[in-house]
Design a protein around this ligand. Structure first.
Ligand code: GN1
Ligand code: MG
Length: 370
């Protein structure tokens, strides 16, 4: 803890530190809770930013500062109460930055949101609220006055993710390619269809907007009554297709099993969660979504398990250099679970399209396909 204390002392925080303990279960950054001795002082969250993944930390924090300032302004304009629990606040250092470089690692400190909870799974009610919250998050950012940088260039670019997989296969760095042939074939069969977003973008039919790009269920904070407070983990907030947020939430929220479930029978796509989330999302996002974005939401639901399957498999073939793993075949187990989820989603595509159309009845979107 003494090293961490040393790090924290570079930030302008109020109160005396009582304790620093590990927090959360992200696959990329390391997170700690910093508790203070005074009852009325804030507690804090300290994070070591993984700069092998986020190579431009200055851009990353500049993005986050712009996004949180813009959301704070919107909440103030809407006369919201309890704003400090509805948007993250980062603590500056002596140098006026919201991160500290200790010569080796980058760190940041934010105010801990008290009496809040995160969940690894959601019921339909929470899912509806989450849909509204992510739609609202995107809606608030439609008029952000700055252009955000891509903290991971081409982060959700399916063509690039497939290229990275291809490169991993060619290198076969740790000799794992022969055991994963089945998954490589299944991925290949779907590759063209899954790259639809990039094609639509090139044709000028789809735009990029500011999205969260890591809308896992556990990146949302709820209060003790189950009401959404805010969206956290803002590292990947950047220009992307709206499919990112919609699809990645369903990938985690509507999975009846775990992201890394070894028991594939547990992994299925829960249509009740899908319906609740979609209803909430459309309620708050309809104000800005274009017809083509709405048309492709069912595709988005299938894209993210597919993309995550490709990413986990790439990392497995590369010898586990990106995601934290708990055991040697962890990335393969994750690959299999994501593929099973994708198969389950594929059985529901037309049902999803029908439901989306139903949600839009009477709202002036009669062009929809299907
Ligand atoms: C990573 O760090 P975490 O767990 O919030 C990853 C996401 C993946 C996710 C899979 C920067 O997110 O893109 O969807 O793991 N973040 C990055 O669980 O690669
Ligand atoms: Mg996270």
């Amino acid at each position: 803890m003494s090293d961490l204390l040393q790090i924290v002392s570079n930030f302008h925080l109020e109160g005396k530190i009582n304790d620093i303990k590990s927090l959360g279960n992200g696959l990329i950054n390391d997170t700690y809770k910093v508790t203070t001795k005074e009852v009325d002082a804030h507690d804090y969250v300290l994070q070591r930013i993984n700069h092998l993944v986020f190579k431009n930390v200055d851009m990353l924090q500049t993005n986050i500062e712009a996004v949180t300032a813009h959301i704070r302004k919107k909440l103030e304009e809407a006369n919201e109460d309890d704003i400090d629990r509805k948007v993250l606040r980062f603590i500056p250092t002596d140098k006026g930055k919201t991160y500290f470089f200790d010569g080796e690692n980058y760190w940041r400190l934010m105010v801990f949101i008290p009496h809040a909870m995160t969940f690894e799974t959601v019921n339909p009610r929470y899912s509806y609220d989450a849909g509204k919250a992510f739609g609202h998050f995107e809606a608030m950012l439609t008029d952000i006055p700055v252009t955000l940088g891509e903290t991971i260039p081409n982060f959700h670019n399916m063509e690039l993710r497939l290229k990275q997989l291809q490169e991993a296969v060619v290198n076969d760095a740790v000799g794992r390619v022969s055991e994963v042939k089945y998954y490589l074939d299944e991925i290949q069969k779907r590759a063209f269809g899954m790259c639809k977003a990039e094609r639509l973008y090139r044709e000028g039919k789809l735009l990029k907007r500011v999205c969260h790009c890591d809308t896992k269920v556990n990146n949302m904070m709820f209060d003790k009554d189950g009401k959404v407070l805010c969206v956290i983990d803002l590292d990947t907030v950047m220009p992307s297709f709206v499919f990112s947020d919609y699809g990645d939430f369903l990938r985690t929220g509507a999975n009846t099993g775990d992201e890394d479930d070894k028991d594939l029978d547990r992994v299925n796509f829960d249509m009740e969660i899908f319906k609740a989330f979609t209803k909430g999302y459309l309620e708050s996002a309809l104000s800005f979504l274009t017809p083509i974005e709405i048309d492709e939401l069912a595709y988005a639901a299938s894209l993210f398990p597919y993309m995550q399957c490709v990413r986990f498999l790439t990392d497995y073939i590369n010898g586990d250099i990106y995601y934290k793993i708990k055991y040697p075949e962890h990335n393969l187990v994750r690959t299999k679970a994501q593929f099973k989820l994708l198969q389950s989603i594929e059985l529901h595509i037309s049902e999803m399209e029908i439901y989306i159309k139903e949600c839009l009845k009477g709202k002036g979107f009669s062009h929809l396909k299907g």
